[in-house]
Design a protein around this ligand. Sequence first.
Ligand code: NAI
Ligand SMILES: NCC(=O)COP(=O)(O)O
Length: 349
Amino acid sequence: MPSTQAEAPLLALTSGEPAGIGPELTLALARRWPALAARVVVIGDPQLLAARAAGLGWAVEIEPLDPAAPVPPARDGHLPVWPVALRRPSHPGVLDPGNADYVLETLDVAIAACRDGRAAAMVTAPLHKGAVIEGGHPGFTGHTEYLRDACGVEEVVMMLATMTASTIDTRRAPRPLRVALATTHLPLARVAEALDAALLTRVTRILAAELTRCFGIAAPRILVSGLNPHAGEDGHLGREELEIITPTLERLRAEGLDLVGPLPADTLFTPRHLNDADAVLAMYHDQGLPVLKYAGFGQAANITLGLGIVRTSVDHGTALDLAGSGQADVGSLRVALEVACEMATHRSH
Ligand SMILES: NC(=O)C1=CN([C@@H]2O[C@H](COP(=O)(O)OP(=O)(O)OC[C@H]3O[C@@H](n4cnc5c(N)ncnc54)[C@H](O)[C@@H]3O)[C@@H](O)[C@H]2O)C=CC1
Ligand SMILES: NCC(=O)COP(=O)(O)O
């Protein structure tokens, strides 16, 4: 632990799509900072943030800072900002793809700060994938893949997790639920062809190693789902389990990984299985995430594993329907900041 707040690790928080709820979530945080063993700096347009605060009638002082200068400890009603200029005026709920480069620049500033050591972790408010794509980035599919390429790694793993050990409500859930994905932002029609032994091997190894390195779990037990109904029903409902998943898991078990599966996804998410597990590896986005969000939407974080830097995010999107209302729930952003702190601390040890 740092001895003073002035020495606390720094979290670089990108404010996301300017027309979405990201800017006001950062303001909501600053009205009353959560107890965090970290300092936070927001990356975004100071005038945008000031305009959102004024529109909501929230008294938050925006302080633009030189990114080379020290970031002060958190103080209620005060928001330190590393400035990035909007490309076009932005209005709550109204997307303008002309701001795509602004959104990506906020990410680049955070990535640079993590890589050169000014920040211990980056936390991202939601961006709008469609607006970035339409703004001149046709290959864009999300933060996860953008960060993978920016950090120069071959593979990363998207994992969403409900609450950290410190915030978990033990009456409702005995342990955090962590759900990682073998494939991420891919049309469903392309999932089966994308799933091969090499991908599954890379993803499973990263997941196991990062659960140890970033969460301190010495020998993580991972439940692996099948792809098909009833995990393929012995090949009668699909052959990926027999031909790809089972042989891959056998090879990885021989390396010492504690893997259970492939299990039918419809009954994997029951206490009988989950109580003994540290994480679930689902084969595709909408196999794993609906369960996670049913269990803890608004109280979960999205984590990118395998990057070489710490990155967490919220469990929700830009919620254009709520932008500018001040009604968006800041719970997931708080969890994302806490998880980033927890991961940065484990990694530094
Ligand atoms: N980390 C990120 O950058 C993420 C970005 N997205 C992007 O966000 C955009 C919109 O996605 P949708 O599927 O519509 O999901 P969404 O999460 O923005 O909205 C789904 C529903 O949840 C509600 N909601 C979302 N966040 C909330 C909050 N903090 N408090 C209260 N209610 C909340 C919304 O009002 C809406 O009814 C898409 O472009 C998507 O790709 C989606 C998920 C994560
Ligand atoms: N469902 C998660 C999501 O869409 C967020 O993805 P990313 O932008 O963090 O890659």
